[in-house]
Design a protein around this ligand. Structure first.
Ligand code: PMP
Length: 299
């Protein structure tokens, strides 16, 4: 299977050609911001549908603003670049793309020149599986006044990496972070939801989490369509131990069930009914035409 080409600063290039200078701020300090985009192949329509591009582009702009750098491309240019990646690689399957803006000059305080690349990788839909066995990590989610998680930069993921390596060394599948207030934040690369006494609960966006597009989609579209409300409130650690169900969500994770936390089984210890209903509804939604929605928003 051949590697997909990468769109880099206006051209489709091979993986080997997509290189960055070792002394760039991008390589040395991880001075980049990025988005993880999904495109779903719809066999019946013979179309690829990208999930919520407008929202991803808006978040990329917010991350760049916080990092004080800009890219010389409009949202429409980036949209055309995404199309070129999909068309140029003749993609007819589910893919995940990294859309990365980076600073190519050296130095801690450099803010340009800014480059952009889009790197597509084959990635099928998440299959339900048995659910994740999670732990509460002893690493804290970095605080908004230190390295804010709202800012989606590569360097932030070192916090997630430390916790993930620790969780795996301790025999778990994945960590759940508490923030510096001691309440639940999120996973290393996903938003956290739990079901307790029939209520669907997720931490607020002020709890040192990324403002997840999947989270918004569940709150605004998927849960209401199923007659459920989502409660956004602080969650205490011990609530997790007595939750009936829990799951991670995100563009990459879609909806990934969690079946135990710190070895406490949740509910029956199997994937719960509310998680199942939300997953079915989410999967039905993502294979549909969000590109049209994106264009109408720009128009
Ligand atoms: N939190 C973090 C730290 C993430 O990296 C992600 C994945 N982008 C999420 C949450 C979920 O965000 P989204 O639904 O926008 O993919």
């Amino acid at each position: 299977m051949t590697d997909f080409k990468i769109w880099m600063n206006g051209r489709l290039v091979s993986q080997a050609e997509a290189v960055l200078p070792v002394n760039s701020a991008a390589v040395f300090y991880a001075t980049n911001v990025f988005e993880g985009l999904r495109a779903y192949w719809n066999e019946a329509d013979g179309e690829l549908y990208c999930f919520r591009l407008a929202e991803h582009f808006a978040r990329l702009r917010e991350s760049m603003k916080m990092m004080r750098f800009t890219v010389p491309y409009s949202d429409m240019d980036i949209y055309e670049a995404v199309r070129e990646v999909l068309r140029g690689n003749e993609i007819r399957e589910d893919v995940h793309m990294h859309l990365v803006a980076y600073v190519s000059a050296p130095g801690l305080d450099s803010t340009g020149p800014t480059g952009l690349y889009i790197n597509p990788r084959r990635r099928g839909r998440i299959s339900e599986g048995d659910g994740l066995r999670c732990c509460i990590t002893s690493w804290q989610r970095t605080h908004d006044n230190a390295i804010p998680i709202r800012l989606k930069c590569g360097a932030n993921y070192q916090n997630g990496r430390l916790a993930t390596l620790q969780a795996k060394a301790d025999g778990y599948d994945a960590p759940i972070f508490l923030n510096q207030q001691g309440t639940v934040a999120e996973g290393s690369g996903a938003t956290f939801f739990m079901v307790r006494r029939g209520q669907l609960v997720t931490p607020p966006i002020t709890s040192d989490i990324l403002e997840s597009i999947t989270r918004t989609t569940l709150i605004d579209a998927v849960a209401p369509a199923l007659g459920m409300d989502v409660i956004e409130r602080d969650i205490a650690r011990t609530e997790l131990y007595v939750a009936d169900e829990a799951f991670f969500c995100g563009s990459g994770y879609e909806i990934t069930p969690i079946t135990s936390i710190d070895k406490f089984p949740l509910g029956t210890g199997e994937v719960g009914p509310i998680t199942r209903r939300l997953t079915d509804a989410y999967v039905a939604l993502v294979g549909s035409d969000f590109v049209a929605q994106y264009l109408s928003r720009l128009g």
